[in-house]
Design a binder for this molecule. Structure first.
Ligand SMILES: *Cc1c(COP(=O)(O)O)cnc(C)c1O
Length: 364
């Protein structure tokens, strides 16, 4: 691909597949939804579907229209709507296309059962609120929902919950205990684990796990790297130097002059800014790789550019390759490292990849 501005994102389908297999190995007794919401965490929904077709046990996303589009594109396996239906039309689509939908409250169940044809065959994931206090039913609504669904043999019911702190010291025990209490003598299928629970809490898997971020090669943990978890980067954001400046002591860099050189320095200007999805809050010192060497950013990130220190990389001139995150010819920088420096998580970096960045898919 020949583009005039050197920035691009590269997506690695083989790495996506590898990471899916890591999830399956970590949860060997569970089936696994490949979570492709938010445009597959910025990777492109269809790119993720292509990479995982024939491999993933099912696909999970948010928009009913996208679920229908997957079916119409020939995806025959299970498809899960993670926030459920939003309208009677969605409910009919669940029946017509044999989708599986989350139902997280009484109102949504009423809407669903009123609109769904009596003979429809589909799946329902009843979502229990076990402590996250975002979506999910309490015990009374669950009992009413199970009673209402008992008269609909075409609907296969699964109980699910979502963990709030599977990546942290409190873990999942409290929520699992609450789930067991609420589910009572339920013996049907259950679905629990997000990436963090898949990797750290075998008790928090259930019959279906729901890996998201780990598929995209980032770690769900602040204290363990993706590499240590055996994950491979699936998105590389790369660009090149389009300018070089020689600084004298006292010279400042970028808007607000937040970085001041204390010694003579050479700095490189990278064609990548916050309008490309690079986090504006990444401070001086955020890692970046230039021409095969790791270095760091300097000063504020602007809309279209950022600066980095190339004092120790004399070979790097205009045109030198740059890796902002991922794994490229310029070197490797984990998206998690950039995210940590910027006070966020790789999820947000991936999702924020801007539409103006051209995307290339690695050949397999
Ligand atoms: C997004 C999402 C997941 C995936 O979470 P990760 O932390 O990305 O693995 C799993 N379950 C539900 C309900 C979600 O919304």
């Amino acid at each position: 691909m020949n583009v005039s501005r050197p920035i691009r994102a590269r997506i690695a389908p083989a790495a996506l597949r590898h990471n899916y297999r890591v999830a399956k190995r970590a949860a060997p007794h569970a089936s696994a939804w490949a979570v492709i919401k938010a445009n597959a965490y910025g990777h492109g929904q269809w790119r993720a579907v292509e990479a995982l077709r024939g491999e993933a046990d099912g696909f999970a996303l948010l928009e009913p229209e996208q679920a229908v589009a997957l079916r119409e594109a020939g995806v025959g396996g299970p498809i899960l709507l993670l926030e459920g239906i939003f309208s009677a039309r969605d409910a009919r689509a669940v029946g017509e296309f044999g989708l599986t939908t989350v139902i997280h409250c009484r109102e949504q169940l009423d809407l669903f059962l009123r609109a769904l044809p009596a003979a429809a065959r589909c799946g329902v994931y009843l979502k229990l609120n076990t402590g996250m206090n975002r979506l999910g039913m309490g015990s009374a609504d669950l009992a009413a929902a199970l009673a209402a669904l008992a008269g609909r043999p075409g609907i296969e019911v699964t109980l699910m919950t979502h963990f709030a702190e599977a990546d942290g010291p409190r873990g999942i025990d409290g929520q699992l205990a609450r789930f067991a209490e609420m589910a009572g003598d339920w013996s049907g299928p259950v679905s629990f684990g997000n990436s963090a629970a898949i990797l750290r809490h075998p008790a928090g898997h259930g019959d279906w796990v729901r890996p998201g971020i780990m598929l995209y090669g980032a770690s769900p943990f602040a204290d363990e790297s993706a590499t240590a978890l055996g994950l491979r980067p699936t998105m590389t954001l790369e660009s090149a130097l389009i300018g070089v400046q020689e600084l004298q002591p006292g010279d400042r860099v970028g808007y607000g002059g937040t970085f001041t050189a204390e010694k003579p320095m050479r700095i490189g200007i990278v064609a990548c800014g916050y309008a490309d999805g690079y986090p504006r809050h990444a401070p001086t010192g955020t890692p970046v790789a230039v021409a095969g060497r790791r270095t760091h950013t300097l000063g504020r990130v602007s809309m279209d550019m950022l600066a980095c220190d190339i004092s120790d990389i004399p070979a790097a001139g205009i045109g030198a390759p740059v890796t902002l995150w991922g794994d490229g010819p310029a070197g490797s920088v984990a998206a998690d490292e950039v995210a940590a420096a910027a006070g966020t998580i790789a999820y947000e970096l991936f999702c924020a990849l801007a539409p103006r960045v051209p995307v290339a898919v690695d050949a397999e």
